[in-house]
Design a protein around this ligand. Sequence first.
Ligand code: PMP
Length: 450
Amino acid sequence: LERWDKEYVWHPFTQMKAYRREKPLIIERGEGSYLYDIEGNKYLDGYSSLWVNVHGHNHAELNAALREQAGKIAHSTLLGAANVPSILLAKKLVEITPQSLTKVFYSDSGSTSVEIALKMAYQYWQLKDPVRFSGKKNKFISLREAYHGDTIGSVSVGGMETFHHIFRPLLFERLETPAPYTYRLTENNDEEACKALCLDALEALLKERHEEVAGLIIEPLVQGAAGMITAPDGFLRGVRELCTRYEVLLIADEVAVGFGRTGTLFACEQEGVEPDFLCVAKGLTAGYLPLAATLTSEEIFNAFLGEPEELRTFFHGHTYTGNQLACAVALKNLELIEQTGLIASLEKKINFLAQKLAPFRTLPHVGDVRQRGMMVGIEIVQDKASKKPFPIHMQVEHHIILHARRNGAIIRPLGPVIVLMPILSMSLEELDRLTDITYKAIETVTAQTY
Ligand code: PMP
């Protein structure tokens, strides 16, 4: 298997030359909070299998929901027809998301849920007032270092130059506004100063260019892939107010932060924010199947009604859109979240994590520790004064991850940031072990390096 993996599989986001030098980790099965490789080694899943898993692996009730649906039908198309689980799921999503969101458009990955929101936002303005907005409102604002997916549309609103430059010209023109990266933008982690600076910069941009801008896309509360950048309280609300004032649609990308990760079911809830679009994926099926949804308001949907009808179709539809198996398992996931009181159970875990993370700050090569709910970023630096990351060629973060793996936990870095994104159903004992293994890995590897 190892040989065939190296011979046949092209891994995403992976330097394949380097990958081939190392022993691959081949996962064979999962059970609760653990993953098992083909040699029977057991690992705590400290990254929720790329931020998707909610109730644990190989979950009896999720498995049963899947089996039950498979016994009826696995898939039929949503183009020109409907199916039972997708109707029930849409109704449920509308009930649990912010009030103004009343329509659900399905797709199959976080990237496409974003791409759909961008296309809808763009088309909305053209339909709303074709004369006033002709040739206008065709750009999007996003935050510095933003990550919203890999399709050419979603990557064009991303702020990570590494993913971009190869593919220029991209699909949509992007305008950039600063991310509220308090650790980097202020001297003493001054959240209020950071918030003011970022909102002022956004307002200046909107004042000047709002007529060109269709929408602003943001990850509410935490910019995940950007390195777990946690926003100061009130930042999201400030962004909402500015978008409303300057007639720019707000797209909330909750692909990573949705379904409990930040401590509430959706991150927008924490600031009482109603976005014009809400993109969800990852945790929607609790880590079982690819499924995504873009929710939007009556106002946006209504622009796609009316005359002439042929101009008001929304041209997007994947073959597996609204897949029955995926919708059935998503429904069961949402039912379990309610039945198990998952969200209420998080407070204790979040506080426990905070307590366990405090000593990380005393490590000489830990510059910043950021936590929002069950999302954690530990930023590794050469020294606290310069805040400089280690040179990439030293692969410090990679060695930290390998050390943790040898001790029984799988975690992943994002650049210089070590990320913990535990499965939400993890017990306090498992969280205890996960943080201990991570602490030891950082302490040992950085001491060896420096
Ligand atoms: N948006 C955000 C915030 C994400 O974190 C991701 C994936 N990490 C995506 C979009 C893209 O989702 P997918 O990988 O399912 O296409």
